[in-house]
Design a protein around this ligand. Structure first.
Ligand code: BTN
Length: 337
């Protein structure tokens, strides 16, 4: 997506009316370019009111991602990250994987207002509206080989749940292996990609997508129940603050993970497990479906499912999980096939 729509979005971010002429004047562009930028924002799912004689306005103020604000909210954690903001990218994960192979620094965070090809697990698409989601990737370098990072997705889930709790979200739960859900609907998703030698070193790009404020157009695109943080905590949120909270929590958890693996985080994960001791259905890549009772996770992050008095282990990447009780809902919202 081009630069101008984001210039216009920043001007409209206060939720007030701005005339096409005023926008054009302060952005140094023609009124025709303003009109085209507005159209492009609308095509990307942003609702914009147009009133003759008054101009353009967003339905409500939007918190635009700003480097200084994020650094301010990070406080003493700010030096731990190398923060890079971009308006639009195909996928923050794809770009950061490329940068990581070319030597990007440990702690690099790539945040985007918009992704044209946001990716979810198992080849799915990640849908998010401009101004209403949080999409970022964090590069973490490990001494261990990639094989030792199997529980990283679960550890990341623990970090997100902690951060959401600090934002007054009650009842955020974890769905194995990579979703944070609230009232059975997806609040956030995690996509971990890694590369490295079997014995190390290795690196992981931890991609996180959070629904902060959903629009109708995103809900329609996804077509499955999804939830947003603002509904879950009952107030308006500043995405800069949300990002800072999530990054700080993530740093703490991944530090623990890189020293001791998933084991020290396992109990907390299970405490927050949405499907603990419930009947679940596990879908394998060959189409086979297993049903059983979810009994939590192993220290390497494998899902434990009990059936016929036997406990089976499932590894992420191979399988998808669905609760068998209809009340649990959920699934892979934001990342429809
Ligand atoms: C899933 O739920 O299947 C994982 C979704 C992960 C989405 C995030 S958004 C930022 C980062 N870049 C991507 O392309 N995907 C992840």
């Amino acid at each position: 997506m081009a630069v101008l729509p984001f210039v216009v979005l920043r001007m409209l971010a206060d939720g007030r009316f701005h005339s096409g002429e005023a926008i054009a004047r302060s952005a140094g562009m023609s009124r025709g370019s303003v009109w085209l930028a507005v159209r492009e924002l609308e095509r990307a799912g942003v609702d914009i009111y147009k009133v003759r004689g008054r101009g353009y306005r967003l339905p409500q103020p939007v918190s635009v991602l700003e480097r200084d604000a994020i650094m301010h909210h990070l406080g003493c954690a700010a030096p731990l990250f190398k923060l890079e903001l971009t308006d639009s990218v195909d996928s923050t994960n794809t770009l950061l994987m490329r940068r990581a192979s070319a030597g990007a620094a440990h702690g690099t965070v790539l945040v985007a207002e918009h992704q044209s090809g946001g990716r979810g697990r198992m080849g799915r698409v990640w849908h998010a509206g401009i101004g209403g989601g949080l999409m970022f990737s964090l590069l973490w370098r490990f001494e261990q080989g990639a094989g030792a990072l199997a529980g990283l997705s679960l550890a990341t889930g623990v970090a997100l749940a902690r951060a959401f709790e600090q934002l007054d979200v009650a009842g955020a739960a974890l769905k194995w292996p990579n979703d944070v859900i609230w009232k059975g609907a997806k609040l956030a998703g995690i996509l971990i990609e890694m590369q490295g030698d079997a014995l190390g070193p290795s690196f992981a790009v931890i991609g996180v997508g959070v629904n902060v404020r959903l629009t109708e157009s995103v809900r329609t695109q996804v077509g499955q129940p999804i939830a947003d943080l603002e509904t879950a905590c009952g107030r308006t949120l500043d995405r800069n603050q949300v990002l800072a909270r999530v990054l700080s929590a993530l740093h703490g958890v991944v530090e623990v993970f890189s020293r001791a693996g998933f084991a020290p985080l396992r109990e907390e994960w299970q405490r927050r497990h949405a499907h603990q001791d419930r009947i679940v259905t596990v879908g394998l890549p060959d189409g086979t479906v297993h049903r059983g009772i979810a009994r939590g996770v192993a220290e390497d992050g494998a899902l434990l499912v009990e059936a016929h008095r036997e406990t089976r282990r499932y590894h992420a990447g191979e399988v998808s999980l669905r609760p068998s009780e209809p009340a649990m809902g959920g699934g892979n919202a934001n990342s429809g096939d």
